[in-house]
Design a protein around this ligand. Structure first.
Ligand code: GDP
Length: 458
């Protein structure tokens, strides 16, 4: 495919600030010739794609700005599919500014946020779902978000949806043809085949739609509430969980990251502890179930940990708590704290009555905490099939829902024997949402919204 190269753009591709090295990316028409004018070293215009060259960047007085490594990518074998030069220079703000200034003087313009990715999209490097995955991948701050973004970047669900959409387009065309024949009673579009195709598309859509709750949890954190009476050990548990995290963080040399106290990463999954800040000072922050404020917090929970002092609670009380938890339809764990105060016989008794929803722990020593955290992550993982695509993006979710709704109307129409024109309307609706999802149908507004969320240089 011949790529129509646009005006050259440049931006810092690495994070701003001081670093050992920085990378400035130049893309577009004459990107290689322009960079070559500022470069002393080999003649870049004569070099192959995917080669790296050492030399200096100089200003108009021939003063050396920096020693650099230039990587050349020739169209279409680059990220944007245009000619691209990546300038690796030293990560000083002065050097970066000088190099960018020289590029601008040569007629290059500063890139808009997301413009490199937008060009890549427009040149067919990937579809919209994948382009958005690039943004997600850059923003990924946990193993789980990283995995979700990477799956989407590598094709994800859009390829499958595109193929199904193509088939649906053929049906829509046949239906329109029937419309052209007006009064005559012709049927080009086999209704049974259409029904089968719609069912096949729904089979693809439904798991994606269902995956959104997990996807959303992965991206934004799993809303977790630790509830329990005063003295149950909530703050002790929280400290134990957060200390584990701190230990992990301080193991990484040079990290100065502050531990965010109400966020926990367990096994690559982010758990967002809802309003647990108060636990530290006050015991009334999250009291027993039954307190109005606790109810409000429980309403926001995706997972509930009910913690109780097992030496000071009867099974009958917990049975009552469990009955209320069951009504909420949210996964919960009954965590029996202070297991050190029980005999093993008593423990077995509890476990027999409550089964696997009950986890005994000893918060003040961390005993059996692993078991508890494993149960927590299992709630999330069990709902996401390993290796499957997880929808994390609200825009995708909404189009998937709307496609599904339109397809349901098509099926209803088929059942009721509606006329072609109504069927055609619903089909077109489904096609439009599928098309907007994968970016086969785009508007400037949509593109502007999506790509403006990127940072400059991406
Ligand atoms: P909160 O009011 O729910 O936040 O409870 P705290 O975390 O303040 O704990 C109440 C008391 O129980 C403190 O004296 C803790 O040291 C103690 N405690 C917490 N966990 C355990 C445990 O596993 N075993 C024992 N024996 N004591 C515990």
């Amino acid at each position: 495919m011949d790529i129509l190269q646009q005006e050259p753009i440049a931006a810092l591709a690495t994070a701003p600030g001081i670093g050992a090295i920085a990378v400035i990316r130049v893309s577009g028409q004459r990107a290689i010739e322009i960079t070559n004018r500022l470069f002393r070293g080999k003649d870049l215009t004569k070099q192959d794609s995917h080669t790296v060259h050492f030399g200096t960047i100089r200003d108009y007085e021939n003063t050396i700005i920096d020693e650099v490594l230039l990587t050349i990518f020739r169209s279409p074998a680059s990220f944007t599919k245009e000619d691209v030069v990546e300038i690796s220079c030293h990560g000083s703000e002065y050097v970066i500014r000088q190099i960018l200034r020289l590029l601008l003087q040569e007629g290059v313009r500063m890139a808009q946020p997301g413009e490199f990715t937008q060009r890549a999209f427009l040149n067919g490097q990937f579809d919209l779902v994948q382009a958005e995955a690039v943004a997600d991948l850059i923003a990924a701050d946990s193993e789980a978000t990283h995995r979700a973004a990477l799956t989407q970047l590598r094709g994800g669900f859009s390829r499958q949806l595109k193929a199904l959409r193509q088939q649906l387009i053929e049906f829509a065309a046949l239906l329109e043809l029937e419309l052209d024949f007006g009064e005559e009673d012709v049927e080009f579009a086999q209704r049974d085949d259409l029904r089968k195709l719609v069912a096949a598309i729904q089979r693809t859509l439904r798991p994606l739609i269902d995956s959104f709750s997990v996807g959303n949890a992965i991206k934004n954190g799993v809303a977790t509430v630790i509830a329990g009476k005063p003295n149950a050990g909530k703050s002790t548990l929280l400290n134990a969980l957060l200390n584990e995290e701190k230990a992990i963080v301080s193991d990484i040399p040079g990290t100065t990251r502050d531990v965010i106290e109400d966020e926990l990463f367990i096994d690559g999954i982010r758990f967002r502890l809802i309003d647990t800040a108060g636990i530290r000072e006050a015991t009334d922050a999250i009291e027993a179930i039954g307190v109005e404020r606790t109810r409000q917090q429980l309403d926001k929970a995706a997972i509930i940990i009910y913690l109780f002092d097992v030496s000071d609670t009867t099974p009958a009380e917990i049975a009552e708590v469990e009955a209320e938890l069951l009504q909420r339809n949210v996964p919960y764990l009954l965590v029996a704290n202070k297991m050190d105060k029980l005999t093993s016989n008593e423990l077995v008794h509890w476990q027999l009555q409550f089964g696997k929803e009950l986890v005994p722990i000893q918060a003040n020593t961390g005993r059996n905490l692993d078991e508890m955290t494993q149960r927590l992550t299992a709630f999330v993982k069990n709902r996401a099939v390993p290796g499957s695509t997880v929808v994390t993006n609200l825009r995708h979710y909404e189009h998937l829902m709307q496609t599904d709704a339109a397809l349901l109307r098509v099926l209803d129409g088929l059942d009721a024997g509606t006329t072609q024109d109504w069927l055609a309307i619903d089909l077109r609706d489904a096609l439009r949402h599928l098309g907007e999802l994968t970016g086969e149908i785009t508007t400037d507004d949509l593109l502007a919204t999506i790509f403006s969320k990127f940072c400059i240089g991406k």
